[in-house]
Design a protein around this ligand. Structure first.
Ligand code: PLP
Length: 394
């Protein structure tokens, strides 16, 4: 029995690996505080759950839907994007998929030929590179030299190759929580238009913006930029719906149509019940989503100053979005006598029972990622445990 060479090269997701290790410890009865996981800790709002129950009971969730999603869900996606970003799409420019993760997977399958390149500004989310590899492409890590390590046109100029097809921009960013300003995005967008490169805008955290900062989607910065962009988003993070698996892409009708064809052979359709739940989430009362956003903001305001002031932790800029902190811990690792960040992260889990993810998973091995999608009590307890851990090793 043999395995495809391309598939054999794919690395397991480090975030999921950390989370399984943590869950195994918790199952054994160890009191671990899990700050490794990239999902909201709230359950889905009641009205959304009720819409799903109604869809099951009425029987309408019993059947296949069109592969790219129910027409009314595609319309709901267009309406929400119009409301939030002020840009127009029609339902033929939308595909609904099993989570934004599968949206991205499909995009790379559809746009890449063997050996073509995708630019990934560092740090980047763990799955982009592996998905590019699975589509036969090359993931090109772009060293970032702009403000707060954001990518600049000069960085892109240095990284572009004759085979570059696409560039991924993720704002607010996982793992850093940084948010790109409109002028930064405009420069990137114009660069992509000039070189005829497709922008993949991963806006999945667009509703998790804090302390008065403003979210700008790159698609709002001119018609040409919009035409060159596939906008990826979904309901997972805004509505605490990670388990329901609904994501979507908006963009060029031709690309969307081909994605639709591929999806029709791959998954059929995203679960009908989840689609009905997503329609409710996108179209009706947003007050639960707003409350959850506020809770993340409060937690950021409590947790950031504590983590930023830990000895050997370097995190000069307060993140503006998502629910992560991504300090550089190079000094702390050496102060504690560890050889590398992985050893540090493992000891933190085994001795202090605090789970975080090593930055290696995001191409920055000197950093660690905290998710603050956890209760204030747990965040404060995790902080106390880290202080003790650092004292024990210092
Ligand atoms: N993009 C980024 C940057 C993410 O962090 C995630 C989830 O962790 C996703 C996309 C995918 O989200 P989902 O597949 O739950 O819609």
């Amino acid at each position: 029995m043999s395995i495809s060479k391309d598939v054999a090269k794919v690395q397991p997701s480090a975030t999921l690996a950390m989370s399984s290790k943590t869950k195994a410890m918790i199952k054994k009865g160890v009191d671990v505080i899990n700050l490794s996981i990239g999902e909201p800790d709230f359950t889905t709002p009641e009205q959304i759950k009720q819409a799903a129950i109604d869809a099951i009971k009425s029987g309408k969730a019993s059947f296949y839907t069109p592969a790219g999603g129910l027409p009314e869900l595609k319309q709901a996606v267009c309406d929400r994007i119009k409301l939030e970003d002020g840009v127009e799409y029609n339902p033929n420019q939308v595909i609904v998929t099993d989570g934004a993760k599968f949206s991205l997977f499909l995009i790379f399958q559809v746009i890449l030929n063997e050996g073509e390149d995708v630019l990934l500004p560092e740090p980047f989310w763990v799955s982009y590179a592996e998905q590019v590899h699975l589509a036969g492409g090359n993931a090109i890590a772009v060293k970032t030299t702009g403000k707060d390590h954001k990518v600049t046109v000069a960085d892109l100029d240095r990284s572009i190759t004759p085979s570059t097809q696409a560039l991924v921009i993720n704002s607010p960013q996982n793992p850093s929580g940084l948010v790109y300003e409109a002028d930064e995005l405009e420069a990137i967008g114009n660069w992509a238009v000039k070189h005829d490169i497709l922008i993949i805008a991963d806006d999945i955290y667009s509703n998790l913006i804090f302390n008065g900062h403003k979210f700008t989607s790159i698609v709002t910065l001119g018609d040409e930029i919009k035409k060159h962009t596939l906008l990826v988003s979904g309901v997972s993070k805004t509505y605490s719906m990670t388990g329901w698996r609904i994501g979507y892409v908006l963009g060029d009708e031709k690309i969307i149509k081909i994605m639709n064809t591929v999806a029709s052979h791959a998954t059929g359709n995203p679960a009908a019940v989840s689609q009905y739940a997503a329609i409710e989430a996108l179209t009706n009362d947003q007050s639960d989503a707003k409350k959850m956003r506020q809770a993340f903001e409060d937690r950021l305001n409590i947790f950031y100053p504590k983590i930023a002031n830990l000895p050997g932790f370097d995190l000069p800029t307060k993140p503006q979005g998502a629910f992560y902190l991504f300090p550089n811990v190079k000094k702390a690792v050496s102060l504690c006598g560890f050889n590398n960040t992985e050893e540090f992260v493992n000891a933190l889990l085994e001795e202090a029972h605090v789970a975080v993810v090593s930055g290696k998973a995001f191409s920055q091995p000197d950093n660690i990622r905290f998710s603050y999608a956890n209760s204030k009590e747990n965040l404060l307890e995790a902080y106390d445990r880290i202080v003790k851990f650092l004292n024990n090793h210092g």
